[in-house]
Design a protein around this ligand. Structure first.
Ligand code: 3EB
Length: 350
């Protein structure tokens, strides 16, 4: 059993703020996930060493960009400098404990093959660099509900991803990380991932069938993710919460009803958080203290979704709202987050 990870934190800020940070801060940044309606000017000139995925997705509030930065939270005086690397289409940055990577793969016609290629590259890197555990995947692809080769593109993605998991079963094992999968207007298959050397604990949701056990009516290969992963560090407990939607059992609930879907999604988030709290034997995580990323299919649903979240939580909601497509056509929204204990987490807008 290895020693617990020292610490990791995440913070969300407008893209432009990253360049203005001090070099000592940039030196702690493992990677970043950046959303913006326009990709123009979206290169962090002063921080090119931070592996970043750039996602063309409009924000639905007053900000034009939102960037989630993952930071090694050791005091920089104690920390060894992070190391950058690249392998095939992957760019990564690592500490002794963690590796954050990004990959974009052009489709060349078949999304399934791009997905299998991307995941094989990631798993090969895990073997080579000896970071055997996956904490989180973030998956983005164009036209997620489109159909080609007689199969919905999200389902093709699932086939490619599962094939890669099976091909690397001996090293990756049966562990399934937390994940999200969203559709964008355009762009290549784009994936960010966070790996480590300490085993996380997979958490499932008692209200939902595990996604990896979805029946075949949702595609020939089930999605490869767990509802959440729990990670213990010296500083805190971290819960990586997968994209969560209005699904109970395996069924899509409340098609066409954004308010009811929001309520159902929050019930699901509450349930997975409670499950983690029960595993820890203590109420470490609180739904009302988490910074969420809310993906909404139709921008016109923003106020319905936000109002229902405020009603459910009984007050203000900490969240960024982004326009993106969800992986089932009937789903109007999906919510994801990373929760930190104690409840005073570092995530929030600067
Ligand atoms: C669901 O519960 C909604 O394919 O990686 C959520 C999180 C969803 C991750 C994925 C899909 C994924 O099935 C969709």
């Amino acid at each position: 059993m290895s020693l617990p990870i020292t610490g990791i934190e995440t913070i969300c800020m407008p893209f432009a703020n990253i360049e203005q940070q001090e070099q000592s801060w940039k030196d702690k940044a493992l990677g970043a996930i950046c959303f913006s309606a326009s990709l123009i000017d979206m290169k962090i000139e002063g921080a090119a060493e931070i592996p970043t995925i750039y996602l063309q997705a409009p924000l639905l509030d007053e900000n034009e960009t939102s960037t989630e930065v993952w930071l090694n939270s050791l005091a920089s005086s104690q920390a060894k400098p992070l190391v950058n690397g690249a392998k095939n289409a992957i760019q990564y940055r690592l500490s002794d404990e963690l590796l954050f990577g990004v990959i974009t793969v052009p489709e060349n016609g078949v999304l399934q093959n791009a997905a299998e290629s991307a995941y094989r590259q990631i798993f090969a890197l895990m073997e080579e660099m000896d970071y055997p555990y996956i904490y989180r995947f973030w998956n983005y692809m164009a036209d997620i509900n489109g159909i080609s080769h007689e199969l919905e593109r999200y389902r093709q993605f699932n086939v490619g991803r599962k094939n890669a998991f099976l091909a690397y079963a001996t090293s990756v094992g049966t562990q399934l990380p937390a994940a999200c999968a969203l559709g964008l207007e355009s762009g290549p298959l784009t994936i960010a991932f966070l790996l480590g050397r300490q085993a996380p604990i997979a958490v499932e949701n008692p209200r939902q069938i595990s996604a990896y056990e979805y029946p075949e009516e949702y595609g020939p290969r089930a999605p490869s993710f767990s509802r959440a992963t729990l990670l213990h560090t010296e500083q805190n407990e971290i819960l990586f919460i997968s994209g969560t939607a209005s699904i109970v059992g395996h069924l899509t609930m409340h098609p066409l009803d954004a308010v009811a879907q929001t309520n159902e999604t929050l019930e699901n988030l509450d349930a997975v958080i409670n499950e983690a709290n029960q595993m820890l034997g203590e109420k470490k995580f609180d739904l009302r203290n988490i910074y969420f990323r809310v993906y909404i299919r139709s921008a016109s649903d923003l106020s319905l979704v936000r109002n229902e979240m405020e009603r459910y939580m009984g007050g203000a909601v900490k969240a960024v709202f982004i326009q993106a497509d969800i992986c089932r056509k009937e789903l109007l929204l999906e919510i994801e987050a990373t929760a930190f204990s104690p409840a005073s987490n570092h995530m929030g807008a600067i």
